[in-house]
Each structure stands twice: as C-alpha cells, then as structure tokens.
Design a protein around this ligand. Structure first.
Ligand code: GRG
Length: 308
C-alpha cells in the first residue's frame, strides 16, 4: 500500500466513487425521481473525496494494531467513507441556497438549487442527511458489533450537529467574528468537525480500546480541519472562478472575516504552517506508540500545496 496521499487516492478513488453510486441507488415507483436525481447530482459530481479518503486512511492506520493483525479490509469501512461524503454533499447543497451562501456554482456546475429549483434542493439535502445514518446503521452491523456501531454513529452525528452550529455562527460572522479565536472556533465547528468524524469513526469501530490513539486522532483532525480552512481562505482569495468551480471571494464580499482578511496572505500562510506543526506533533506521538503515520503526514503536505 502506497504511503503517499497521491498513491493512496489513486488506488481508492474509483472504489469510493462506486461505493457512493451504490449507496445512492433508489427504486422509487412514484414521483420522487427529481428528488433522487438531485441527490445523485449533488453527490456524484466530482468532489475531491478528501473526507472519504481520510476515513480509509485512518482505518489503514488503526488497523496496524495487534487486534487487527495489520490487515485493513477497506470494504468494511467504506460505508463510513460514503456516509461522510453524503453528509458533506448535503452541507454543500444547503450552503449554496439563497438563504445561506447563495452560490450558483458548485464543483464547476450549477448548484443543486439552480439545476433543480430551491424546493427540490432543500428536500434533496434533507434526504441526503437522512440517508447517511440510515446507511451506516444498515451496513456497519454486517462487520462490527452493534455497540461499536452505535458509538461510531453517535460520534459522527454529534460532529454533524457541530457543523450546524458552525454554519449558524458563519451566517452571522460579519457581526461577531472579528478575531482569531472566534474564527478558529467557527471553522473548527463548520469544517473541522466533519474531518474529525471521518478520522475518528474508523478508530471507534476498529480500535475501540485504544483510548489514547482515538484522542490523538481527534486532535489531529482538529488541526487538519483548521489547516484545510486556512488554505481554503488562501485559495479563495487568489483563484479564479474557473480554478475554484465556485464564486471566489464571497466571504470578503459579505464582510466576513477570513484568515486572509485578518492576517494578509503571508500571515495566513504562517498560520497554516503552525497548524501543520501542531498536527505533526500529534502524529509523532502516534508514531511513538508504534503506528505508521506516513499517510497522515502526506495529507498535510497535499493540503498545503492544493490549488482547489
Ligand atoms: C448538518 C453537515 C450539516 C450542515 C448544515 C449548510 C450547513 C449546515 C453547513 C455548511 C458547512 C460548509 C459548507 C462548510 C464548508 C466546508 C468546506 C471547506 C467545503 C469545501 O470542501 P472541499 O474543498 O469540497 O473538500 P469538495 O467539492 O472537494 O468535496
């Protein structure tokens, strides 16, 4: 198995795409065609699949422990990877709505509400959010004990609740969020929480007794989420609509603080470097107790260098 993020992605992206396609097969015999089309349109539309990849990477890391004899059977964790991407897709559908970020473009294509109308987009989001826990609770018990499944699903859905809290802070951000602590809090909730769900859920299922490892992975997810958001702010301030696949500079237009507006471009890059170092410190601790963390090292590098 490749220890670089690029190699790992190349191996697993096709499997993630087909797992998502399988999770979004519907057999409606009534008028719900528009709903299922909108759900598929919004999920199977070319995202980077970073969260799903993080789930598979975390599983690879935690499966090195004795209990799993170093064997990661990725098919057992694919439902978590799919469910997290489905939740992420839902959050983007609702984020793009006129009442939220009001963006006509997503992943280089018309946003869900532009393609299907606002009413169907709201319902498609609702249905994606409902599908994710249903899928987890149906699929995971085939591979894991029920009590572990409940813990993992509760963890994921609690992080989803934090995303809602983060979004609530975000829509009022122009009024309240003007300093670094408030910005970190908002972005941890809005972006970092789902990263934590992606990384910690596999450990809750495959290494449930490794309490220190689980805590360390949660901390790693925290710094990774902030790093991702800082690089998002940098990319947003320096990219065209074509490069981005959505409208750039929206936050600035809406008077919201970003890492770039607070610290400038080079200041934001320095903040990103601080998150990288914090995440590396956590990884060092994980490596010291015998886990191989090269994949997680490599994803830090990918996030810092990414342009989309
Ligand atoms: C309950 C999950 C949930 C959400 C309800 C609408 C809403 C409340 C929250 C919006 C959260 C949001 C849009 C956060 C931004 C996260 C982010 C950085 C998105 C971009 O992620 P990428 O770059 O996107 O990984 P791709 O397209 O590659 O998947």
């Amino acid at each position: 198995m490749s220890s670089s993020f690029q190699g790992f992605s190349k191996t697993y992206l096709p499997q993630i795409e087909s797992a998502l396609d399988a999770a979004l097969q519907f057999d409606f015999k009534d008028d719900r065609t528009a709903l299922s089309e909108a759900m598929r349109y919004s999920t199977l539309n070319g995202g980077k699949r970073l969260r799903a990849l993080l789930t598979l990477m975390a599983f690879e890391v935690v499966s090195q422990g004795k209990a799993n004899q170093g064997k990661a059977n990725q098919t057992t964790i694919m439902p978590v990877a799919s469910a997290i991407e489905i939740i992420h897709a839902f959050s983007l559908v609702h984020d793009d709505l006129p009442a939220m970020d009001d963006d006509d473009l997503r992943r280089g294509k018309p946003s869900c509400h532009i393609a299907f109308g606002e009413d169907v987009a709201i319902l498609a989001g609702d249905a994606l959010l409902q599908l994710a826990p249903e899928y987890l609770l149906t699929e995971l018990p085939q591979h894991y004990a029920a009590e572990l499944v409940l813990k993992a699903v509760a963890y994921v859905m609690a992080r989803v609740g934090e995303v809602v809290q983060g979004q609530t802070l975000d829509i009022k951000a122009h009024e309240r969020v003007q300093d670094e602590a408030a910005l970190r809090h908002l972005h941890h909730l809005k972006t970092g929480s789902l990263f934590q769900a992606a990384i910690v859920a596999p450990a809750l299922l495959a290494a449930p007794d490794q309490v220190d490892l689980i805590e360390a992975l949660e901390q790693y997810g925290f710094h990774l989420g902030l790093l991702f958001q800082i690089t998002d702010d940098i990319i947003d301030a320096t990219s065209t609509v074509e490069q981005l696949g959505k409208t750039p500079n929206k936050d600035r237009e809406q008077g919201k603080a970003t890492y770039v507006s607070l610290f400038g471009l080079s200041g934001a890059k320095a903040k990103a470097a601080i998150e990288v170092r914090s995440a590396q410190d956590i990884l060092e601790g994980i490596a010291q107790v015998g886990y191989q963390v090269e994949l997680f090292e490599s994803v830090l590098n990918y996030i810092v260098k990414r342009r989309a």
